[in-house]
Design a protein around this ligand. Structure first.
Ligand code: TXA
Ligand code: MG
Length: 341
C-alpha cells in the first residue's frame, strides 16, 4: 500500500517527517519532492533497501544511484577525496541541482554505485528533502521516482502513476520548481566532465572552479556498464510515440490525416501553433520549459494520441542545452521515423 501525505514545502510537519524517516531507517521506500524532480529514497547504507529501489523502478543494476545528504560534512563522509573543486562548487551551488561524482568511501555499498569506484552525491535544495534526510540520519540513495525509461516525475501524481504499491510513502509538496534532473559533474578524473546537463551550467561551473569543463559527448549502448548510464540515447520516453523537429526541419511536415497528434512548441518559433494538432502548448523560454516539460509530456501522454511532436529551437540557441538533452532522449527526429506513425 502506498500512502500519499501532503506536506508544506517550507515547513513540513515534523511528525510526518519523523514517520517518513522511520520508514527509511527500517529499510522502506519514501518518495519525496526535491527542487529538480521527485526522488525514490532508501537508506543508502542498507543494500537490501537499495535493492528495493531497483525492483520498484525495474532499473538495470548497471545504473548507479545518486546519494543525497543534508550537509557538506555528510557528503564528505561518502567520498574518499574532497578536491578543491568540490569544495568551491559545494559552496557555490549546494543545496541545489548539482551532483558531484567522486571516489566513494567505504560507507557506500556496491549496489548503490553499480560496482563502480565512484559515487554521485548532492544536497537537494528542497526543505522537505533535507529535513527527511537529517531525521533519517543516514545518506539517502534516490533516483528519480519513475519506472525505468519513463519520464521523470515532477508531481506526486506522476509518482503514484508509475509506482503505486511499490513505494511505502509519498511526501507530496506540490510541483518541483526546477523540473529537470540535476547537472551531473564527474570530478573523479583529470578533467571535470559534465555527464548530464542541468540547471547548473558548464559556464557557471568553469567560472567557479577557474578551470575548463568538458561535456560528455555521444551516447552509450544499453548493455555497457556505462560511465554515465543517463547518457543512454533514448532514456526518458513517453508511452506515446514521440518525435521532434525544428521549425525549419518540419517545413514539409505532412502526417496521415487519420492520425491524431499533439504538439509542444519550445521557444519562440516563427509560426504560432502547429496546424492539425489536437492539442498544442508552448513553453517560451528555457527556465519555464525545464519546469513544465515533464508535466506537459505526462499530460500529452495521457490523451491516447497516435503521436506527439515537440518543436524545438535550433541546436545552437543558447540556454536550451539541458532541456534539449531531455527532449532528445524522449523523442526521435520526425525525419528519421520509419513505419507508422
Ligand atoms: O535531480 C536529480 O539528480 C534527481 C533527484 C531525485 O535528485 N535524481 C536523479 O537520479 O535524476 P537518477 O538515478 O534518475 O539519475 C542519476 C544519474 C544517472 O544518469 C546515473 O547514471 C548518474 O546520475 N550517476 C549516478 N552515479 C554515478 C556515478 N558514480 N558515475 C557516473 N554517473 C552516475
Ligand atoms: Mg532518472
Amino acid at each position: 500500500m502506498t500512502r500519499v501525505v501532503a506536506v508544506d514545502p517550507d515547513r513540513p510537519d515534523p511528525e510526518i517527517i519523523d514517520q517518513a524517516a522511520a520508514i527509511l531507517r527500517s529499510g522502506g521506500l519514501v518518495a519525496f519532492g526535491t527542487e529538480t524532480v521527485y526522488g525514490l529514497g532508501a537508506d543508502a547504507t542498507n543494500p537490501e533497501a537499495v535493492a528495493r529501489i531497483f525492483d520498484a523502478k525495474g532499473r538495470p543494476p548497471t545504473n548507479p544511484l545518486i546519494v543525497h545528504v543534508a550537509d557538506i560534512d555528510r557528503a564528505i563522509d561518502c567520498v574518499r577525496a574532497w578536491p578543491e573543486a568540490a569544495a568551491l562548487l559545494a559552496d557555490q551551488f549546494w543545496p541545489g541541482p548539482l551532483t558531484l561524482v567522486l571516489p566513494r568511501s567505504h560507507l557506500i555499498p556496491d549496489i548503490v554505485t553499480a560496482g563502480q569506484e565512484t559515487v554521485g552525491v548532492r544536497i537537494p535544495a528542497s526543505c522537505v528533502a533535507r529535513e527527511l534526510i537529517r531525521h533519517a540520519g543516514v545518506p539517502i540513495a534516490a533516483p528519480s521516482a519513475n519506472r525505468s525509461n519513463r519520464i521523470s516525475p515532477t508531481s506526486a501524481a506522476h509518482v503514484l502513476r508509475d509506482l503505486e504499491g511499490a513505494v511505502d510513502l509519498i511526501l507530496d509538496f506540490g510541483l518541483c520548481s526546477v523540473g529537470i534532473e540535476s547537472t551531473v559533474l564527474d570530478l573523479s578524473g583529470s578533467t571535470p566532465t559534465i555527464l548530464r546537463p542541468g540547471a547548473v551550467t558548464g559556464d557557471q561551473i568553469a567560472v567557479t572552479i577557474g578551470w575548463p569543463v568538458a561535456h560528455f559527448a555521444g551516447s552509450v549502448g544499453s548493455s555497457q556498464v556505462a560511465a554515465s548510464p543517463g547518457q543512454l540515447a533514448v532514456h526518458y520516453a513517453p508511452r506515446t510515440p514521440a518525435y521532434r523537429g525544428t521549425w525549419s526541419s518540419l517545413a514539409s511536415f505532412n502526417p496521415d490525416p487519420g492520425l491524431s497528434f499533439g504538439t509542444l512548441v519550445l521557444g519562440e518559433p516563427p509560426g504560432g501553433y502547429f496546424p492539425g494538432a489536437l492539442r498544442s502548448g508552448r513553453l517560451d523560454n528555457p527556465a519555464i520549459a525545464a519546469t513544465k516539460l515533464y508535466d506537459r509530456l505526462h499530460e500529452l501522454d495521457d490523451l491516447g494520441l497516435d503521436f506527439l511532436l515537440i518543436i524545438t529551437p535550433p541546436d545552437d540557441e543558447p540556454g536550451w542545452l539541458a532541456v534539449l538533452d531531455r527532449v532528445r532522449r524522449a523523442t526521435r527526429p520526425w525525419d528519421s521515423r520509419t513505419g507508422e506513425p
